[in-house]
Design a binder for this molecule. Structure first.
Ligand code: NAP
Length: 257
């Protein structure tokens, strides 16, 4: 990207980038010379690790990027504002927002308490809404923006024991399509990626039996890796995807087809 004949590096904010899928996305974007903001909830050590990996991997590809690690609970207005303001203070622009931070608090419908329902919705859905709202003006001024929301195959098909999580991920799809319609004319695209079963801390806690059962539903017969999701996100974050908006891209080895 060039402005007044000077090369300006793009900036991406990735929520939940200390580990798992978010980390893989941060590294992938850094590798193509994008400055990255690594949002996280509390795991400072892991966030710093992600930051070092991003700088290292970018350097291997010939880029000198800058990173920012920012601890902020995006489920609150205060936390989301802290993340976006800190990013703007450091980089002066936000070109890409990846709403990736997420959590599960599984239980069957009859046993799920209100607090666990609210916590999951607040992090996975409200957090994404708040971050989108906070970056929208900046992206409109830039007349460029890429918003990518990390939904889930579960948001499309539902899952027993995950009413709160599935509702949050289905909500993200509605949010994505609405934003695409509102901001398309301003050069801003908004898409969702719906991962299937990906090897991260989130899925590590599953029993071997549950994993086996799930594996039998995946046509490609393997779990995905963070890099599988990161590759899709990198495309949706690029200039090449400029005519794609309001879409949900399944990255699930065929699980949701
Ligand atoms: P993960 O390994 O559990 O990592 C979660 C990340 O979110 C961490 O960086 C965590 O920060 C951050 N986070 C959690 N709550 C937060 C909050 N309130 N504010 C800010 N950051 C917060 O998860 P993952 O498996 O990589 O999943 C990433 C996304 O993909 C999630 O939205 C998840 O729902 C979605 N997804 C995952 C799968 C899968 O199979 N893994 C499948 C479909 C969709 P700390 O490290 O500081 O705690």
């Amino acid at each position: 990207m060039e402005e007044n004949n000077e090369k300006v590096l793009r900036t991406a904010v990735i929520t939940g980038a200390s580990r798992g899928i978010g980390r893989a996305i941060a590294i992938k974007l850094a590798k193509s010379g994008i400055n990255v903001v690594i949002g996280y909830a509390g795991n400072s050590e892991k966030a710093l690790e992600t930051s070092n990996l991003c700088i290292e991997e970018a350097r291997k590809n010939g880029f000198e990027i800058e990173t920012l690690t920012c601890q902020a609970d995006i489920s609150t207005q205060e936390g989301a504002s802290e993340l976006i303001n800190a990013s703007l203070d450091k980089f002066g622009r936000i070109d890409i927002l990846v709403n990736n931070a997420g959590r599960t608090m599984d239980n069957l419908l009859l046993r799920m308490d209100e607090e666990h329902f609210d916590k999951v919705i607040d992090t996975n859905l409200k957090g994404a809404f708040l971050c989108c709202q906070l970056v929208a003006r900046t992206m409109m001024k830039q007349r460029f923006g890429r918003i990518i929301n990390i939904s889930s195959v579960v948001g499309l098909h539902g899952n027993a024991g995950q009413a709160n999580y599935a509702a949050s991920k289905a909500g993200l799809i509605g949010l994505t399509k609405s934003i695409a319609k509102e901001l398309g004319a301003k050069g801003i695209t908004c898409n969702a990626v719906a991962p299937g079963f990906i090897n991260t801390d989130m899925t590590k806690v599953m029993t071997e039996d549950a994993k086996k059962g799930l594996m039998s539903t995946i046509p490609m017969k393997r779990a995905g890796e963070g890099s599988d999701i990161a590759n899709a996100v990198a495309f949706l974050a690029s200039e090449e995807s400029s005519y794609i908006t309001g879409q949900v891209l399944g990255v699930d080895g065929g699980m949701g087809c």
